[in-house]
Design a protein around this ligand. Structure first.
Ligand code: SAM
Length: 278
């Protein structure tokens, strides 16, 4: 007897505001699957109506993830193709998804990503901060002890920090960050892809003074701790080693000399002369 072919789970990114931010492939997948598992079925229905897609929906959210993932697995084993979507952006990024994906792997079910919008990536690419290395923290924990650990990590990290924050907690979090990220560039990416989209850039003090009453959705981005990099360089590396390090990071000669001079607090001509003499 021919064994039944298992279905595929498509993990489909949907818009984070502007309904046009969805790929042709995502629309085709949503049209072709047997079932759409959605974080909030009413919310997803608006998107489906906009694109005149008519498909059965099933709810899959944080509070029923355990039970519903078993149901989805059963349907996938029975040969149904399922699209997993969240309310906005990429499923699994601060949204449900992980649970059913882990179970698919155990059951040897095919999982296909359908890429698209994500607030973290789109805030980063327009932030003006270093995009080569970054640390995405999701939402900061509310628990005091865990939060303190995260604040310490923010203070120490030399990578660009990115995290999500709810508008009603934004001012309090910015206040908390004042003693932690002094002198570093901060960017608030607000309402990305929507009418009131804006990128607010400045020091933590500037930004806190400027924003007024927070409205809409926000991503907070913080420049990596440059002093730390400076300290490490001063202590550990010779000029040649430091030059090599930045070369490997893809910087050109002029950028490297500028960076080394800044790290060491000397005039860039001195550094230039050093390499010229060699
Ligand atoms: N899965 C989503 C993604 O791919 O970005 C994130 C979902 S998470 C529950 C929601 C948080 O993402 C919001 O509180 C906000 O911090 C951020 N976010 C989502 N949409 C945004 C937008 N259009 N502009 C700025 N931040 C947004």
């Amino acid at each position: 007897m021919e064994s039944l072919k298992k279905g595929t789970l498509y993990v489909v990114a949907t818009p984070i505001g502007n309904l046009e931010d969805i790929t042709l492939r995502a629309l085709n997948v949503l049209k072709s699957v047997d079932l759409i598992a959605a974080e909030d079925t009413r919310h997803t229905l608006k998107l489906l109506n906009f694109y005149e897609i008519n498909k059965p929906l099933i709810s899959y959210h944080r509070h029923n993830e355990e039970v519903k993932s078993d149901l989805l697995i059963k349907k996938l084993i029975d040969g149904e193709d399922i699209a997993l979507v969240s309310d906005a952006g990429t499923p699994g990024i601060c949204d449900p998804g992980e649970e059913v994906i882990k179970k698919c792997i155990i059951e040897n079910i095919n999982i296909v990503p359908i890429p698209g919008a994500c607030a973290m990536i789109n805030s980063l690419i327009c932030s003006g901060l270093d995009t080569k290395e970054f640390y995405f923290m999701g939402f900061l924990p509310l628990n005091k002890k865990l939060r303190k650990v995260k604040m310490e990590e923010i203070k120490e990290s030399n990578k660009t920090i990115i995290f999500y924050e709810a508008p009603h907690k934004l001012l309090k979090t910015l206040e908390e960050l004042k003693g932690i990220v002094k002198g570093r560039k901060v960017v608030l990416a607000r309402e990305i892809t929507k009418i009131h989209e804006e990128f607010i850039r400045g020091s933590i003090e500037d930004i806190t003074d400027r924003i007024g009453e927070p409205k809409g959705e926000y991503v907070i981005l913080i420049e990596g701790n440059q002093d730390l990099e400076k300290e490490n360089n001063d202590v550990e590396l010779t000029l040649d080693e430091e030059y090599e390090k930045y070369l490997l990071q893809g910087l050109n000669k002029k950028e490297i000399i500028k960076k080394i001079a800044k790290n060491r607090g000397v005039n860039k001509n001195e550094i230039y002369q050093y390499f010229l003499d060699k």
